[in-house]
Ligand binder design. Sequence first.
Ligand SMILES: *Cc1c(COP(=O)(O)O)cnc(C)c1O
Length: 398
Amino acid sequence: MDLYKIYADNAATTKMSGAAINAMMPYITEYYGNPSSLYSFGQKAREAVEAARESVAKCIGAQPREITFTSGGSEADNQAILSAAALGRKSGKMHIISDEIEHHAVLHTLKKLEKEGFSVTYLPAHSDGIVRVEELEAAVREDTCLVTIMYANNEIGTIQPIKQIGEICRNKKILFHTDAVQAVGHIPLNVVSEYIDMLSASAHKFHGPKGIGFLYARKGIRLTNLIEGGAQERGRRAGTENVPAIVAMAAALNEAVGHVGEYSNKASALRDRLIAGLSEIPHSALNGDAVKRLPSNVSFCFEGIEGESLLLLLDDKGICASSGSACTSGSLDPSHVLLAIGRVHDVAHGSLRLTLGDDATEEDVDYIIKSVKEVVEYLRGFSPVWRDLCNGKGKFIL
Ligand SMILES: *Cc1c(COP(=O)(O)O)cnc(C)c1O
């Protein structure tokens, strides 16, 4: 049943692809054996898991042994950071470099480590939402054990200079982790040529199922397991493998990576059409760099309105959008990402994130532009903040 006309919240989650559903079905209905069982029925599941590992590895330029399946992006982020911290602690290196616009899976893990005695440098993301390589280089210390910088931001879509960061870390022998949950399957990437030591990914962001993801860790990096139990995943992640989800993730990723160039061209043209249309709204601004951004991400702030009201009215028009990340919505605090790029509280509250799917059309984009224009005008019509601004009480920022 199609409740919604346009789903424009693909950064929150995506629809499972037909390829992913078809790939997983036999492992739900027929081949439900435990991959750790010795009889051939179980081995059928084992083979599927290992074929999926090989396929996933190939999609990012890694070796199969370097892939550990996890419950998703959050777990992969936690495991990568805690593993690097454990190695750092052993050698007396307790400094970590990250940035202000990371996902909470990274930020909250870092906060926990700070309580345990680690010191963390959070690089600024500047007004364009991009960290500066020189600032990163300057922040490196003798006791730096980890650099963790996301590949692409989930709220404002900005893409970081990952290869340059990776090269610096490799030269200085510092572990480099990247939360690539928004990038994998959406833009081309390669862990070898970009000097990435650890990378987190999540299937439901690239048309796979929810609750499954993976952590890539370069050969030789010792991972700390977060879950104790059986010897699955070569002792790095206990628990019976989620075979159907693993198989579906591999199918989804393979498909996404297979048409990443075509998708990127089509999506960025629609994105730019949407940005141009929304820019016509007075006192509005695009969040983050216009060029170094994900092909599907459009993030705006509109002065004088509340993002929540905007979302509800867009919902009435059949548009699913978000005001930031799904994790911060529901709380009244403005997004830490928007504050980090210099949006003041009032402006950050009037934010809108639209992340188009690969089936989006120009008609969809034009309908979104028309709807947002109407809703913003309507809301400003009875906003006291807007009235004050128009009457010269207070100053327009955007
Ligand atoms: C969605 C997301 C996560 C969390 O992934 P889950 O699989 O939902 O745990 C982590 N980082 C980023 C950048 C994300 O967009």
